[in-house]
Design a protein around this ligand. Structure first.
Ligand code: FAD
Ligand code: PHB
Length: 389
């Protein structure tokens, strides 16, 4: 088999890259380890920056999002009893879109099917070869048969546990990591969201988040110790704990119901540099992980694809490698800004097991400063709604 760009991973970053390249006449093959149903069963991100919204439209995959997604002009931050609204629309004239990653992925698959793109599912043993040459290769197996794909470039869009990042020699990679001493327990339930907008709540018992997918589908999270398992949390225990962490007037309005999905995700910040080695480009979670507090993971995957697709299109249309040569530096500049925002929001809102009274006063002062200062709110809103590409 032969193609121009081999794409490892059929999550949002791989599918969006494939879609944008195909629309510019560049041939791709997507290799995905799991089945399509499995990829679509993962419940993940919910908040799209406006740049992400525009990228999905540009890819021809934005129609259902525009019809069914919810435009939000603000969100709430709460601490113990107090709650205030950050009005990003009034502060900056900007919004975010609440539309689940599951739906984004479904729409990208539909758009890929409509243009006849090649996506191979349930492939195993993917290995990258000759990346430092002009003739890279990807080997894999499917249904027990061995295959080889030759290409010009490889896009590593295979998430944090994929094969692409370890294909860069260890002595070339510089990895930066911070592991947080807690995780998020997430619950999806067929209940009306407690408020029309998201609530990020700091509390002595730990952080809580109220989010949603649509008017009859809620997504809630609470901070839990890393030692907890999903089985430790009955639905009743989860709802009681969530209510205890929310302001009383919000807790009083909470409609509970059976969970339809429940999972625990550890929190981590991770970046690898550089994001290009020879013919290989790393994109999305393959190159970086942010804690979910800032809602940046999926949005960073999309901004990576913005820079890479632009560079590859420039290369194939004009023979000009400037865009692909600048990819790693351009992507990383934006990634580190989102890293800083996600880290600072995580640090401000969570209970750390080893924190001192002094540390907690710093968290209180951070939140009080944000509540008091319109200038601070503008900076926060600029980061939350998404920095420019
Ligand atoms: P992935 O979605 O991980 O896709 C990688 C794909 O590669 C997968 O389909 C995988 O099966 C495949 N793959 C892996 N290894 C191989 C292999 N060896 N061969 C072939 N294929 C392989 N982000 C936000 O922006 N906003 C949010 O509100 C938000 N909330 C989140 C909440 C939770 C609980 C979690 C866990 C994440 C959240 N994120 C959020 C982060 C977001 O989900 C990720 O950043 C996003 O999925 C990254 O997309 P990706 O395509 O780079 O990677
Ligand atoms: C979600 O709805 O899953 C979600 C929303 C905001 C976040 C993280 C997750 O910061």
């Amino acid at each position: 088999m032969k193609t121009q760009v081999a794409i490892i991973g059929g999550g949002p970053s791989g599918l969006l890259l494939s879609q944008l390249l195909n629309r510019s006449g560049i041939a791709t093959v997507v290799l995905e380890r799991k089945s399509r149903d499995y990829v679509l069963s993962r419940i993940r991100a919910g908040v799209l920056e406006w740049g992400t919204v525009e990228m999905l439209r540009e890819a021809g995959a934005g129609a259902r999002m525009d019809a069914e997604g919810a435009v939000h002009g603000g969100c709430y931050l709460a601490s113990e009893g107090a709650m205030f609204r950050l009005d990003f629309n009034a502060l900056l004239g900007r919004n975010v879109m609440v539309y689940g990653q599951t739906e984004v992925t479904k729409d990208l698959y539909a758009a890929q099917d409509a243009i006849g793109a090649t996506i191979l599912h349930e492939v195993d043993d993917v290995a990258l070869h000759d990346l430092a040459t002009a003739t890279p290769r990807v080997s894999f197996t499917q249904n027990g048969q061995s295959h080889e794909l030759t290409c010009d470039f490889v896009a590593g869009c295979d998430g944090f546990h994929g094969v692409s990042r370890p294909s860069i020699p260890a002595e070339v990679r510089h990895e930066f990591e911070k592991v947080y001493p807690f995780g998020w327990l997430g619950v999806l339930s067929r209940t009306p969201p407690v408020r029309h907008e998201l609530i990020y709540a700091a509390h002595a018992r730990g952080f809580a988040l109220c989010s949603m997918r649509n008017p009859m589908l809620s997504r809630y999270y609470i901070q839990v110790p890393l030692t907890d398992r999903v089985e430790d949390w009955s639905d009743a225990r989860f709802w009681d704990e969530l209510k205890a962490r929310l302001p009383a007037e919000v807790a009083a309005d909470l409609v509970t119901g059976p969970s339809i999905e429940k999972s625990i995700a550890p929190l981590r910040s991770f970046v690898t540099e550089p994001m290009r080695w020879g013919a290989l480009f790393l994109c999305g979670d393959a190159a970086h992980i942010v804690p979910p507090t800032g809602a940046k993971g999926l949005n960073l995957a999309v901004s990576d694809i913005h820079y890479l697709s632009e560079g590859l299109i420039q290369f194939y249309a004009q023979g000009d490698p400037a865009g692909i040569d600048a990819y790693s530096e351009r992507a990383l500049a934006r990634i580190w800004q989102a890293m800083r925002f996600s880290w600072s929001l995580t640090t401000m809102m969570h209970r750390f097991p080893d924190s001192s009274d002094y540390d907690r006063r710093m968290q209180d002062a951070d939140l009080a400063g944000l509540m008091r200062s319109e200038a601070a709110q503008r900076v926060w809103a600029e980061n939350y709604t998404g920095l420019p590409y």
